[in-house]
Design a protein around this ligand. Sequence first.
Ligand code: PMV
Length: 315
Amino acid sequence: MESNASAPGKVILFGEHFVVYGVKAILCAINKRVIVRAEKIKEKKIYIKSNIGDLILEPNKPISEIDSPLKPFYYLANKLLQTQNQTTGIKIIVESDIPIGVGLGSSSACCVAGAAAISGLFVKTSKEEILKLAISAEKTIFQNTSGADCTVCTFGGIMEYDKKNGFTKIKSEPDFHLVIANSNVKHSTETVVAKVKQFKEENEIRFSSLCNDESKLVEDVLKLLSDNNIKELGQKIIQNQEYLETIGVSNKKLRDMIQVGQKSSFGAKITGAGGGGCIFALTDESNLEYSIKQFKDKNYECFSVKIDFKGLDTF
Ligand code: PMV
């Protein structure tokens, strides 16, 4: 028997970093996916095959002893074998079109699709239960995850998130394209978050005023999303990027890419932690091809995405 699932990646549209200090952020799922195929096997092994390598281990190993980016899959398979009292094994095949380690939610999508495919071998599980399982798997690699990424990968669409109130799905279905350009510089979210903490400690008043500005901006954005006002949204993106520049998470390469985006689209900004990773440019049909061409002419790796409204899919 085979159990298959897929889950989308994500971008942070607004509010990264400020969200750490209580401001609301807006995330959306994107139509780039991870597909996970799980199968019961007679042999007592957990066998994981992916485009970043393979991991083959016996069940019941302590998770702390496993040094592999595929650890969340091992954790999920082992947990299900244990809770279902199985003495057999599981084979997992992972295929992904989400770039890894650049803030596009690849690991969250793996955890969500992995949790759904593996649990689907044994029991029918609700999306809410799969999300819980996925977050516990993600904690094997990011202990402090807020769960925001796994949530948006599970339910799809656009979501607002803040530390106090958690997640709320936004009903708007705006019709835009994002051109995502990848700096191909892997970033450590932890390091960049620590840098922002230092900026905050050295500039308390300035930082607090930026948090207020960002909160106001996000409220304006929520209205613009429901009105599908793409041009004005572009202006908010440009504004948000200025705040990110101020707190020091940008660099020359990202600025060069953002300049290409801002000249060819309605607005462009970093998405995620910064320091490396990706930026996105907001476009519609009128400037999509032009924007992609501008990035490609300057040899930047880029691709376009739309919002994924489906979220987790099982088949
Ligand atoms: O690691 P990324 O690129 O998906 O984004 C991190 C978002 C931050 O706001 C910088 C950190 C956080 O925990 O919210």
